[in-house]
Design a protein around this ligand. Structure first.
Ligand code: 5GP
Ligand code: MG
Length: 173
């Protein structure tokens, strides 16, 4: 089966969007800073670039969930693979995702985090894939919106492949 990679965001596009998001985040939170909570594995590249453009103090933590298995469709079931080692009570938390599709993963995470009584929880995603949203969740910071398509590169994988590509591509089969 042949697969084709169609460019969606170049390295320069991404850099522009990351800088814009980092500026807004820095302005919104101010000098008291925040906890950046990266969702593994997909968000690691975006998070690494984002934190280097943010000009206020950040603490970086990671959480890992899985829903996809090896395919391109969500299984609808979200599992926590790596939980948090710190207390979020009374802290400002920004969840950083690579891409939001059905919204099930982020809805599960927000529910999980709320139980820890943080002062605030917001969501930042590089890509908002709007076409197949199943749960309505507020997304505070969006780098780029698409309607549909399976995307890879810049942290995003297909069966653990393509994470290292510097841009984002639509994987067409
Ligand atoms: P959701 O629960 O919103 O349907 O999906 C969220 C997770 O599914 C994302 O964090 C990501 O890991 C994965 N995902 C959703 N859409 C895509 C996509 O187009 N490409 C890749 N590589 N992963 C995706
Ligand atoms: Mg993910």
């Amino acid at each position: 089966m042949t697969q084709e990679l169609v460019p969606v965001l170049s390295q320069a596009d991404i850099h522009e969007r990351v800088k814009g998001l980092a500026e807004r985040i820095s302005d919104d939170y101010g000098p008291t800073g925040l906890i950046i909570l990266g969702v593994l594995k997909g968000a690691f590249v975006f998070l690494a670039d984002l934190v280097r453009e943010i000009s206020i103090p950040v603490r970086i933590e990671f959480i890992q969930v899985a829903s996809y298995g090896a395919g391109m469709e969500t299984s609808g079931e979200v599992k926590l693979i790596k939980g948090l080692e710190i207390n979020l009570e009374n802290r400002h938390v920004l969840v950083v995702e690579d891409i939001i599709d059905s919204g099930l993963t982020i809805a599960y995470l927000l529910d999980h985090l709320e139980k820890m009584r943080p002062k605030s929880v917001r969501v930042c995603t590089l890509i908002d894939k709007k076409g197949r949203r199943e749960v309505d969740i507020p997304i505070d910071y969006v780098g780029h919106s698409v309607d549909s398509g399976f995307l890879v590169g810049y942290g995003l994988d297909y069966n653990e492949k393509y994470r290292g590509l510097p841009g984002v591509y639509h994987l067409k089969q």
